[in-house]
Design a protein around this ligand. Structure first.
Ligand SMILES: NC(=O)c1ccc[n+]([C@@H]2O[C@H](COP(=O)([O-])OP(=O)(O)OC[C@H]3O[C@@H](n4cnc5c(N)ncnc54)[C@H](OP(=O)(O)O)[C@@H]3O)[C@@H](O)[C@H]2O)c1
Length: 250
């Protein structure tokens, strides 16, 4: 995509990767709208970045999606970029009884949320001369961490949905890109200084460079091994990854 001249909505733009992308697009002179659930936190974002707009949105609530989409298009009729970055990651253990609320929340935020919001904005985006939908999946959608089983599964499902949507939009003015981050510091996985976590600044800089291309997948080199996992040795790769993760974490 062109990195300038856009009106960009970023869900989860208050923190982590979403905040990094919001800052980068804002500094390039784009009109950025940051969406999140809490007014006080959104006000702090607007205060720190004069010119950034904000939008109250709970992506798990269909009526909030409907109302926020209407307000967004009323106030920002030139919206042409949607970046879906909101997510939640809760530990679980499918070897034992699962927590019903945690399971439902992760599916609602990570899968139904971006599907629902993109659907609400799709008629508008299709009318734009050029529009871009960006999703943030995860390497864990390709190689799961067993103690984040539902989170990993939501990202695998999101990837599948993205493939379908990209195919159906290929003759349209709308492009679809999938950012597949590795473990990035300062976000939902915590541990900004962990030696295995990619520094946020470096991740955002490389991601912006790749968003400027037509690449369907935005894949930094740190993410490549997990992304390319699926194949005859998939189970072996997942076993080695989880053994490494458990050795590092516990
Ligand atoms: N950091 C990593 O290591 C990593 C690795 C791979 C993939 N990713 C993906 O990258 C994206 C960004 O992650 P991050 O690390 O930057 O996470 P983060 O800092 O925890 O940000 C997550 C954002 O999601 C928003 N959110 C959560 N529930 C929501 C809801 N119901 N409605 C609307 N917004 C909601 C939060 O906004 P409010 O609290 O303001 O509502 C928050 O700003 C996610 O899709 C994540 O899965 C991250």
């Amino acid at each position: 995509m062109e990195l300038t001249g856009n009106t960009v909505l970023i869900t989860g733009g208050r923190s982590g990767i979403g905040a990094g992308l919001a800052k980068a697009f804002h500094e390039l002179g784009n009109q950025v709208v940051v969406a999140g659930r809490r007014r006080d936190q959104l006000d702090a974002v607007a205060h720190a970045h004069p010119g950034m707009a904000t939008l109250e949105l709970d992506i798990t609530d269909p009526s909030s999606v409907t109302e926020a989409s209407a307000a967004l298009l009323r106030d920002h009729p030139k919206l042409n970029v949607l970046i879906n970055s909101s997510a939640t990651m809760l530990g679980d253990d499918p070897g034992h009884r699962m927590d019903e609320a945690d399971t439902t929340t992760q599916v609602a935020v990570n899968l139904l949320g971006p599907v629902r919001l993109t659907s609400a904005l799709m008629p508008h985006l299709r009318r734009q001369p050029r529009a871009h939908i960006v999703y943030t999946s995860s390497t864990l959608g390709f190689a799961p961490i067993a103690l984040f089983a539902i989170y990993s599964a939501t990202k695998a499902a999101l990837h599948s949905y993205i493939l379908s949507q990209r195919f159906l939009l290929k003759e349209s003015s709308v492009t679809v890109q999938e950012i597949i981050p590795p473990w990035v510091g300062n976000g939902l996985a915590g541990s900004p200084d962990h030696p295995l976590a990619m520094p946020l600044d470096s991740f955002i800089a490389q991601t912006m460079q790749m968003l400027a291309t037509d690449a369907a997948e935005v894949l930094v080199k740190e993410a490549a091994a997990c992304r390319n996992n699926a194949g005859p040795d998939e189970h072996g790769f997942v076993d080695r990854l989880n053994t490494l993760f458990l050795a590092q974490s516990y």
